[in-house]
Design a protein. Sequence first.
Lengths: 555, 358
Amino acid sequence: MSPNRANDSDLILVNGQIYTLDPACPWAEALAIRGGRIVAVGSEASVRAAMSPQTRIIDLRNKMAMPGIIDVHNHLFFAGRAALFETRFAPNLTLNEILDEVREAASKQPPDGWVIGGIWGSGLLSELTIQARHALDDAADGRPVMLRDDSHHNRWVNTAALRLAGIDLTTPDPANGEIVRDEVTGEATGLLLEAACALVEVAVAKAVAAAPQVDIDAGAYALRRLNAVGVTGTQEAFTTSPMLAALKALDEAGQLTAWVVGSMPVVEAPFAPGEWGEALFDLRETYRSPHFRPDAGKILLDGVPTTRTSAMLEPYLADDAHGCCFRGSTTLSVPQLARALSDCESRGIAVKIHCTGDGAVRAALDAVDILRSFNGPGLMHQIAHASFIHPDDIPRFAELNVAADLSPMLWFPGLIVEAIRATLPGERVDHYWPNRDLEESGALIAGGSDWPVVPDPSPWPGIQGMVTRQDPSGQFPGALWAEQALDLATVLRAYTINPARAMRIADITGSLEVGKSADLIVLDRNLFEISVHELAATKVLATYFEGNLVYEGQQ
Amino acid sequence: MTNYFDPRLPVTLLTGFLGSGKTTVLNQLLARPELADTAVIINEFGEIGIDHLLVEAVDENLRVLNSGCLCCTVRGDLIDTLCRLWVRRDRGEIPPFRRVLIETTGLADPAPALHTLMVDRDLVDYYRLDAVVTTIDAVNGEATLRNHPESIKQVAVADRLLLTKSDLAEPHVVANLSMRVKKINPTASVQHVSHGQVDAVDMFDCEAFDPLRKSDDVRSWLEQEKQRDLALQHRSGIHHHHDEPSRHEGRIRTHCVILDEPLEEAAFTHWLDVIAAMRGENLLRVKGLVRLAEHPDEPLVVHGVQHVFHPNRRLRAWPSSDRRTRLVFITNDLPLDQIVRTFEKFAGATLNNAHALS
């Protein structure tokens, strides 16, 4: 039978080891693409049958190909802004070295441009006096400056920044935050703790909103980086209204080279104040575009363990500030959260709930339980950073149809895990990230980067770490809860089809099956034929999104 | 008069639709000597005809009537007004009134005022909500219920319903309306009023009339009331076609839960928090007494309007020999099975005796 013109493919990939993530046909040697969609997967003969003289053929030269990585938790705009417009320095710099960095960055900014950067080490806290603030003013030559610390929860700002943030002698401390003041004069020193950071982040957000190109450029940068590490889909994890606009603008310019699901803040949150809830939900249809779905919500139910703001079931280690029995707390009560989830669900919005403590995880599951008891079945919500989980709560993820968002990659020994040992008993830190228990209980586990909380969004170290439970860089010895290691096939699911399901884009991506978008990556090694200790070094040779080559690595 | 168990000043909220006879009732009341120890809060002096009753104008907002009653207009908001009254009473600047009557002109939805009285931090130490009295006029009442959903809510949150202008309507019309409002709110006591004449004793101390305090269970009490109304209808000798309840009324359902076994206070309170959060808008009124495992002789009083519940309060004793938990829910669009299912799950008890009352 001669091939029908109407069946011609644009592109076929042959001679590959194509790992499809389709259980019915896990490996294929060839794949055909037409109009951005997969039209055939399987043997070379079956795929060549759909060829015409116009079809381009790519010989994979026996390389492994697989679906593009889906990153379930990513802050593309924060990452892009940091890379393009902010100054990055190591947390071991002295105060004078930081001032030099600021001086250098300021020289590249317009006279009233913000100098934004990080991270400074918490060891400098006592040096951040009024005098230091004046030195910061000089270094930036009058421009406003905001510098983040190593926890990302505190800021050091200068006089111009305080003024733009509306902070003066009379400004009260916000709930859960502190404007540090000089003991004698009462003047703000420029050090802002926890929720007080919001005061200056609002001023920065205004400056950014006034220049929408900032976010468009930041987003474009981030997407290029994501494509380069093999990512073709991601859930933007805190999507404010300028970001909604930027995503649509990027799509209209043909630059949105990944499926993006946006997570709009559901309730007011200190770290990105401004519009939230209904005000944002009303904008969904304005900003929805072919590759961007504003269909998720975001709630921060607690903080982070290093600052004792995670909500825990058992107390933190005792310290002077908190005493013996402090467990942290959630930002919403269980009934409040249940109601918020119900309101989102009635609008077709699935919620990603940040829970770093096991107390917050339990509260979130309790809230979903209430939701289901009243409303019956509904959407799959997610618990982000599902890492400290009480054994009794593990089976509830599957029972309540809640996905476990595993991000950032902290499931092996490293700097942050060590920092957590300063606030939590060792025995509990040794039982961090029960990935295997979750998987075996039937929960949907989905991997993410939480970029820029990690400096690079590459999934490959995370994949290796999830298999070995050891530090892929080799810097930190030993394994973290080795019993929770997972096999490679399961981990690859956790980075492809599982996040696609959690994000409700599994109908179009996440696996290589007929009818789905041709989103795939070609790798420099066959992941199943190498030592697990070589997974982290995997290079992406090519990334295809909707059948278009969006990244090609240097050979 | 303050309740022996609760020294706070009781507050009665008088509500009712425009033209429902509220003003007439109020005018009548203000002239009575029994109101001597009452502070009455109204919107404007001009709305009610009190000039002939006036003795002294204390200031532009406060007048003492020759009955001894204090008449005060709302200044700022309700919270400010009540706080200011208290302060002046405390300082001896005004007579030591022993109860408050608030007349809510123009407030179609009484829930916000009720919530304020139930939980506002500045008020709950000094004042307690005693009762909601709603006027509905016998002549136009059915039309009002049909055309104005807010009037249904006013009936639903009432402790006492005054069917005004009873003298001006046919007996069967009065009986129909009486049945209609009882269907919406089986927990309120209904009184037929003629010429605006209401005894002070009918307005205040409403706990005495609370059907939930009676020894019979609510269902049998309702049955008695229903029989009484039917008799009134038949006595008139005229049988008219009953108008179907309006679409809005049709969704109003009263559900009743009765339970023998005691409940753990924390579990029950958790369920109340949960149902208030999830279904607050559908709960027009929740009233009842709960038998607690921890305090079997001191029933928990439950009183909620929409998503706001009174802070937990226990009575020192059961009002009657009936010591079962009994809760009445006046709901809008809330099926009984949602109440039962979630109650069993979160309050931790099996409900054998839960039924719809209407």
